[in-house]
Write a protein that binds this ligand. Sequence first.
Ligand code: NAD
Ligand code: LMR
Length: 339
Amino acid sequence: MFTSIVAKRAFSTATKQKSTKVTVLGAAGGIGQPLSLLLKRNSQVNHLSVYDIVNAPGVAADLSHINTNAVVTGHGPENNGLETALEGSDIVVIPAGIPRKPDMTRDDLFSTNASIVRDLATAIAKHSPKAHVLIISNPVNSTVPIVAEVLKLHGVFDPKRLFGVTSLDVIRASRFVSELKDTDGSKTKITVVGGHSGVTIVPLLSQSSHSFTEDEIKALTHRIQFGGDEVVKAKNGTGSATLSMAFAGAKFANALISAASGKKTVTEPTYVQSPLFADEGIEFFASNVDLGVRVSCFRPNGVEKIHGLGELSPYEESLIAAAIPELRDNIEKGKKFVA
Ligand code: NAD
Ligand code: LMR
């Protein structure tokens, strides 16, 4: 484990205060590094723990020179590194796993990423069972059910504390709409529901304050559903979205931490165990969710309320109908993998 003497001293001071420990698993990767950088900027994070099977000490040493609150510790797999990295975590973010190449679907990543995520979830169940777990690794539609099943096997599953990170779909949606309508993207609210792959990504453009022609709605919907492919194609075999994903992941983690301050309701989109389509056998679904205020110290209280979808246009109804069968297959595949 990398921890400088100065860091150790700062850490012992930090542990005397209420603290938020955030652990990033896969922290040396394309997403992991910028995500860890953005988390290091959050003054409410007292301990940033970075774990990867390669290069984590270097990433930790580099981050540890930034003069913000968080003490940074780096951990590799040797000497029970994963256990040490996880112990006492309030939030664990998982961007570990391989990214897509052109002509791959997210589901094509399943054969490699399912076991990576399963093994990390097992370690979480044993060493930080109370943590809020944020899944970035694809295919999110299946990796979230995998983590849920592993946590259930260990008797520590709490649906309020498991999140698939779908923030990037909403960030893309607001950016694409703001480009079209010449508005400030950061203030352009677009709801996106469903899952995180192709047709399972369902933007609800009819609920936006903007008006669109039918052609605009079709073009925007397609671009939001396949925005990830734009980046994969442009990166030409070297990976998928990393910087925008780090931005999205940090936004979600920061929202969770900010909810812990209990000042106001924090609402974020996320893929969670949800009652919305339970009648149709869909256990997980992304929608806007209120994140709860703290229950103790800085520990956030996870999912407080799952918002309904509101009124849908006939086109959006047809998008939901197309999303459901794929989502059902993706969820089933994740659950079967653990069973
Ligand atoms: P990357 O290859 O650059 O980084 C992945 C990191 O994971 C590497 O550093 C690797 O060493 C590490 N890793 C592999 N196995 C590990 C293990 N068992 N324990 C800990 N670390 C491990 O990939 P990336 O571009 O950072 O993408 C990571 C994942 O995020 C991919 O599956 C990608 O599809 C997904 N992703 C999701 C979204 C989303 O919106 N949810 C967006 C972009 C990318
Ligand atoms: C994205 O939406 O950018 C990610 O899911 C990565 C990918 O494979 O497209």
